[in-house]
Design a protein around this ligand. Structure first.
Ligand code: APR
Ligand code: PHB
Length: 394
């Protein structure tokens, strides 16, 4: 089989890239190792920056998002028994975020692709990317029990952190930088109306907690837990009790409880591969970088990558101008490193460090006090959280 762009992975990065290329009349084939059912039901993040929403709308994937997404103009930082609102919109000249699950973004993009009839192969596992330095790179993959070859002008590795694309690069051509954290997030989905209109990020000596949501009837809640946590040790009652303790606030607020329908433990890491290109192989999304989820940047970075990449491939393939492809990595990595810094800082400001001493706890409290009392500090938080416009990325 031959195509113009071979895309490995049908997460948000791969699916959106395929959609953007299709709108420019560029052919692609998407290979996804898992089933459609699996890809459409994985619980992931849920906050879309303004810029992300615009990209989705512009490629015709914004209808349900506009109907069902919840527009949020602020977030709450909760600590020391008090809630403090960060007014994202007021501090950023009107930038808002939309609460719309990544799962739904994936469903919308899969539906568009399937409807268009363009190739999207589920249960098609990429095994290797070959000949990335030639004009005809290839993906070796397994589908319907047979090994096959997909030849392309370019190959895009959008196959997530555990994918194979990054690992197929010849030794020494891509460097990686990584940081791990001494904690993970236990995330649950509960069939109960959210107990808050805006997201609550809570710092507590017992550990971080987050109250998010998936719609008017579904709450999404997270607890900081040790990385080796076994879900069997967390029956529903323990989860709710711990959330009550960490989200406690002076006054009459109470957390509503409901049946838990999904639970998982996610490790936290920061990771960047540099550069994002090796010959005719390009990396995008989680295949290239990971952020801890505290800043809600993972999905937004994936979308920013492929918006750039689609324009660059368009210029290279349709106009014979390779310039944008040559600068893709540098341009994308500037936003990536800004998000890495922000995500690290939000994580440090809100999590209980098991190795921390009293000095580090005092620093953390001072940082929180500053974030909610100084307009300058709150603005820095707000503009990073709501998402920097492309021309403001340093
Ligand atoms: N062959 C084919 N597909 C593969 C292979 C492979 N060898 N390895 C992994 N995949 C698929 C995975 O099954 C997954 O569907 O690649 C896809 C990668 O999707 P994501 O992990 O969702 O990554 P990405 O599209 O970059 O999305 C960005 O934002 O909120 C964050 O981490 C969250 O996934 C999210 C990310
Ligand atoms: C989510 O709703 O899943 C979510 C929201 C905000 C975050 C991380 C996850 O920072």
């Amino acid at each position: 089989m031959r195509t113009s762009v071979a895309i490995i992975g049908a997460g948000p990065a791969g699916l959106l890239l395929a959609r953007l290329l299709q709108r420019s009349g560029i052919e692609s084939v998407v290979l996804e190792s898992r089933s459609r059912e699996h890809v459409e039901h994985r619980q992931r993040a849920g906050i879309l920056e303004h810029g992300t929403v615009e990209v989705l709308r512009a490629c015709g994937a914004g209808d349900r998002l506009d109907r069902e997404g919840l527009v949020h103009e602020g977030i709450e930082l909760r600590f020391g028994g008090t809630g403090h609102r960060i007014d994202l919109a007021a501090l950023t000249g009107g930038r808002r975020v939309v609460v719309y699950a990544q799962t739904e973004v994936v469903r919308d993009l899969v539906a568009l692709r399937v409807e268009s009839g363009a190739p999207l192969l589920f249960e098609a596992e990429a095994l290797a990317v070959e000949d990335v330095d030639s004009e005809r790179p290839r993906v070796r993959y397994r589908h319907d029990g047979a090994e096959r070859l997909l030849e392309a002008d370019y190959v895009v590795g959008a196959d997530g952190f555990h994918g194979i694309a990054r690992r197929c690069v010849p030794a020494g051509r891509i460097r990686t930088r990584e940081r791990t954290y001494p904690f993970a997030w236990l995330g649950v989905l509960a069939d109960v109306a959210p107990s808050t209109d805006e997201l609550i990020y809570a710092q507590h000596e017992r550990g971080f907690a987050l109250h998010s949501m998936r719609g008017p009837e579904v709450s999404r809640l997270y607890l900081q837990v040790p990385p080796e946590t076994d879900l069997a040790d967390w029956p529903d009652a323990r989860i709710w009790e711990e959330l009550d303790l960490r989200l406690a606030v002076d006054g009459g607020w109470r957390l509503r409880r409901g049946p838990i329908t999904d639970r998982s433990v996610t490790p936290m890491r920061s990771f960047v591969a540099e550069p994002l290109r090796c010959g005719r192989l390009l990396l995008a999304g989680d295949a290239a970088h990971i952020v801890p989820p505290t800043g809600a940047k993972g999905l937004n970075l994936a979308v920013a990558d492929v918006a750039l990449l689609a324009r660059a491939l368009d210029a290279a393939l349709l106009r014979g101008d390779p310039g944008a492809l040559e600068s893709y990595s540098d341009t994308a990595l500037r936003r990536v490193w800004r998000a890495e810094d922000f995500s690290c800082a939000m994580t440090a400001m809100l999590h209980a460090d098991p190795d921390g001493d009293e000095f580090s706890r005092r620093l953390q409290r001072s940082r929180l006090d500053y974030a909610v009392s100084s307009t300058a500090a709150a603005t820095a938080l707000a503009e990073n959280y709501a998402g920097l416009p492309s021309d403001a990325v340093p």
